[in-house]
Design a protein around this ligand. Structure first.
Ligand code: C5P
Length: 265
């Protein structure tokens, strides 16, 4: 599936960053709205409206508030990442991908562990749509370390398993992946500059890791080649979410500016 024009990153570009590197950072920061209801989501979005352009709706919020929450964000002009991580038989996942594509989200997720047939069906489900969302295959959750993987029956290092899953997705035609900061360099090597690498497990220096295991700072993740950073609790649970987002944007701006990286959205 070709990457929609507006999502194509331009990482190898030497074209200079615009006059406002913070604005460049804003195009690449996705705030995870992991909250229990639409009211809490609206409250957070209101507090972040000057800082953020992208919001991620995940399982907690979508299960509580449904498609209306996505449509409300889209109506307000935000870009939405609908992170439902589909993992089922190919026919069911293809149907879910088609349904998700109607909601106006610009990124959607499936689990790469669903296997080649599921990945191919998910990718094919978007064929022919005029303006499809970017399909992202989630590799290994950033909360999994080697011990967690082993307990789940995977006798490989997380990085090796991420590469195996991403290669499988790539062969199924998928060009967008979710990975931890630790695997960005390897996956950038696999996808080349046009791949869309969306990276959670982001923690500013000194922030609480929570349940995340494979982490990096915003600046390190961007320098490694991440297209987008996903940040939840360091912003949403901060006493002042707007101030926390601003600090992250400043760090992102410093990492973006020297390399002339930009993002065409
Ligand atoms: O609060 P925190 O910054 O840890 O949130 C990270 C977000 O990214 C959560 O919404 C989580 O569901 C999501 N995510 C992740 N690891 C993945 C894929 C998505 O943490 N591999």
């Amino acid at each position: 599936m070709p990457i929609p024009e507006r999502l194509k990153p331009t990482f190898v570009s030497t074209r200079p960053v615009g006059p406002d590197p913070i604005k460049e950072g804003r195009k690449r920061l996705i705030v995870a709205l992991d909250v229990p209801n639409a009211q809490a989501a609206t409250g957070l979005v209101d507090r972040l409206e000057d800082q953020c352009q992208w919001f991620k709706v995940g399982l907690e919020l979508f299960t509580a508030a449904g498609p209306a929450v996505v449509e409300a964000l889209v109506a307000r002009g935000y870009s939405v990442f609908l992170d439902l991580k589909f993992h089922d038989i190919p026919n069911t996942v293809a149907g879910a991908v088609r349904s998700a594509a109607t909601l106006g989200a610009r990124m959607i997720t499936i689990h790469a562990a669903g296997g080649p047939a599921m990945l191919t069906a998910a990718s094919a489900a978007l064929d022919g749509l005029a303006d499809p969302p970017q399909l992202l295959a989630v590799t290994v959750l950033t909360s999994m370390d080697a011990a967690q993987l082993m307990a789940a029956g995977v006798d490989r290092a997380p990085a090796t398993q991420v590469e195996l899953l991403a290669r499988m997705g790539f062969e199924a035609g998928i060009r967008g992946f979710v990975c931890s900061p630790k695997e960005v360099v390897a996956l950038r090597g696999l996808t080349g500059p046009e791949g869309v690498l969306v990276v959670p497990g982001i923690r500013p220096a000194g922030a609480d890791a929570g349940d995340q295991k494979r982490l990096a700072t915003p600046s390190d993740a961007l320098t490694a080649g991440a297209s987008y950073l996903v940040v939840g609790r360091p912003i949403t649970q901060a006493p002042n979410p707007a101030k926390a987002a601003e600090a992250i944007l400043e760090e992102m701006a410093k990492a973006i500016a020297p390399r002339g990286q930009s993002q065409s959205l």
